[in-house]
Design a protein around this ligand. Structure first.
Ligand code: FMN
Length: 217
């Protein structure tokens, strides 16, 4: 199996969590004899090349982050440039996000399930998984540890059933956290979390409070 893997994140390759996830997934894929070529839509200058790969290949995987509960705008813009193909092409998705509960990725998944129909191609399923906010700020060793589960999904994908198998469905993890966990997470976000985000922002050069209002309304 030869797979064209497209990173649908607007973030440049170097800082993209999706990119690290793709690397682990592709490792699993190649360990099972699959081959791949990767692209990223964050560089508009490469869109013609990516479109060409989409046209010439029949196994396409778009890996993307959830942005504001759905598909990043830049990816939508790229998708609008794709021509219709036929059902010999299979289009699958790997949808990943920051927050961990599966339920908040379902709206994006619903959209993605419809997309192959709009493009005239076959749907290969959607792998859904959250809890990925921090990948890019981890050290290399920790990054490899956190993304390792995606390697097993690459191996599974190489077996040819897309993401329709039970293992892929279970990969999402909890659909909702139990109430006590939700309460604790809420409390952490209001207290410790706020301080942690402010500290992280300061380390990236932010000198104003995170709730600073640029415009008064
Ligand atoms: C503009 C923006 C919107 C986001 N919206 C959501 C969201 O609605 N739900 C969520 O769980 N994560 C959200 N995230 C977090 C990303 O999905 C997450 O950090 C992802 O791993 C980023 O992947 P990337 O670095 O490849 O872009 C958002 C991130 C950004 C920058």
């Amino acid at each position: 199996m030869h797979v064209v893997i497209i990173n649908g994140s607007p973030r440049v390759r170097k800082y993209s969590n999706t990119e690290k996830i793709i690397a682990a997934f592709a490792k699993g894929l190649s360990e099972k004899g699959g081959t791949f070529e990767t692209y990223t839509i964050s560089d508009r200058n490469t869109w013609d090349i990516i479109r060409d790969a989409y046209i010439k290949n029949d196994e396409i995987l778009i890996a993307l982050p959830l942005y504001v509960e759905c598909v990043p705008g830049l990816l939508l813009e790229f998708l609008e440039t794709l021509p219709r193909k036929d059902e010999y092409t299979r289009l699958s998705f790997l949808l990943q996000s920051g927050f961990a509960e599966g339920c908040q990725l379902r709206c994006g998944e619903e959209f993605l399930a419809k997309l192959p129909g709009y493009l005239g191609v076959r749907y290969g399923g959607c792998l859904v998984k959250g809890d990925n906010f921090g990948i890019r700020i981890l050290g290399e060793e920790k990054q490899a540890q956190v993304t390792k589960p995606y390697q097993a999904m690459g191996e599974l994908f190489a077996e040819g059933d897309g993401f329709f198998r039970e293992e892929a469905k279970k990969f999402t993890g909890p659909e909702y956290f139990p109430l006590p966990v939700r309460l604790i997470v809420g409390l952490i976000f209001k207290t410790l979390g706020k301080k942690m985000f402010q500290k992280a922002a300061a380390s990236w050069g932010c000198s104003v409070p995170l709730d600073e209002k640029v415009w008064e309304v």
